[in-house]
Design a protein around this ligand. Structure first.
Ligand SMILES: Nc1nc2c(c(=O)[nH]1)N[C@H]1C(S)=C(S)[C@@H](COP(=O)(O)O)O[C@H]1N2
Ligand SMILES: [Mo]
Length: 258
């Protein structure tokens, strides 16, 4: 009889990734992941260990489910993410970070300055009052976390495209990077930075952004997954050098959206 090799070794990474890609229904999403999906990335996306056939099968089932739910919400062909009435806001809105609620960062409003560096004409650091004086807008959109939950919330603030215009950003640059007060960091493509629904938010549900949701500043993009939306932003920089991100550097898909 042929003995099965050690189950750990039996997992053929390349084959599993091919299978996972095959289960992704959206061609655009498949193309995105094709460039970057690894066995480790799949493990992170699904929360499965990928150490034996059982966990691999669980991961593949999750990929299928992920598609079913996510596609309708986020990978919308007409490009604008859906918006919702206030009555659909999820209450209470969930908290999430790479640490627990007992470690939520407290940023001091008075001494706070937003650093703006890199390929911008105006590198002055912004106070909150200055940001509040820019035109404000709000929107109710769905936040989708790869950990398997989604929730509808209302964020208000400055259209990021207007902010970038104000600081004289080189919008032909490839990336906008973010550094946060809690050591989180991420970066986005310039096209998404300029998207009409991308907001540099100062409020949540009409109130000053509470610490749990990222006081004093959160970048809110309904076209991208939760981990791409930095809270507690301390510095913004425009660059052509790939800045990566906290989860992205551990295998999450960098684009992370539609
Ligand atoms: N600074 C910072 N931003 C962050 C995170 C974090 O840990 N630190 N977590 C990300 C993830 S994975 C999610 S799902 C959302 C959670 O935002 P919420 O607490 O408003 O639900 O914040 C994102 N932005
Ligand atoms: Mo998340």
């Amino acid at each position: 009889m042929i003995r099965k090799p050690n189950r750990k070794i039996a997992v053929d990474g390349a084959a599993v990734v091919r299978e996972a890609l095959g289960r992704i229904e959206s061609p655009s999403r498949r193309r995105l992941l094709q460039r970057s999906l690894t066995l480790g990335g799949l493990a992170l996306l699904t929360g499965c260990t990928m150490s034996d056939e059982n966990s691999v099968e669980q991961a593949l089932v999750k990929v299928s489910r992920f598609n079913d739910r996510v596609q309708g919400w986020i990978f919308d062909p007409n490009k604008l993410a859906p918006t919702y009435p206030d009555s659909m806001i999820t209450r209470p809105f969930p908290f999430n970070a790479y640490y627990g609620e007992d470690e939520i960062r407290q940023v001091d409003a008075e001494s706070y300055r937003l650093e703006v560096t890199g390929l911008v004409a105006d590198r002055h650091a912004w106070t909150l009052a200055e940001l509040q004086r820019m035109p404000q807008t709000d929107q109710v959109t769905r936040h989708i976390c790869v950990e398997g939950w989604s929730a509808i919330g209302k964020w208000g603030g400055v259209r990021f495209s207007e902010f970038l215009a104000r600081v004289g950003a080189d919008t032909s640059a490839r990336y906008v990077g973010f550094k946060c007060a809690d050591d989180y960091y991420t970066s986005i493509d310039m096209a998404t930075a300029l998207h009409a629904q991308t907001l540099l938010t100062l409020t949540y549900d009409g109130q000053r952004l509470p610490p749990r949701y990222g006081f004093p500043l959160k970048l809110r993009m309904p076209t991208k997954l939760g981990y791409k939306n930095p809270k507690h932003i301390q510095a913004i920089f425009v660059t052509n050098t790939y800045p990566g991100g906290y989860w992205e550097d551990q295998g999450y898909n960098w684009f992370g959206g539609s």
